[in-house]
Design a protein around this ligand. Sequence first.
Ligand SMILES: [Zn+2]
Length: 122
Amino acid sequence: MSLLNYLFDTEWNQRRDLDRLDDRADSLASGVSGIDGQVQHLSTLVGQLSATVRVLVRKLAESGQLDLAKLADEVKAEIKRPSSLTGERIVARCVRCNAEGYADELVKVGADLWCRPCARNP
Ligand SMILES: [Zn+2]
């Protein structure tokens, strides 16, 4: 390979790399602005759903079909207890001591689940 070919080739590679970086920067910028729009959309949706739930709860309470204090207690308990989409909690075992527990209470270490005592003293 001659020196001129080498120089031309190197400049072309550098220009190609710069073009690729420009493309990546453009796609990252559009991705970030897209996330902003998605967050705004989800925020609007959550606001609408919250308003719908408030109206439904108020109407049920006014008609005497709902005990607000009992509902508040159940909502607090539900928030403290993370569950799967079906509402059932997944039971799993610690890979180290074989203790059984709910998967959402075990500590994920790589692909394994550990109980909290084992995770504290590996
Ligand atoms: Zn364990």
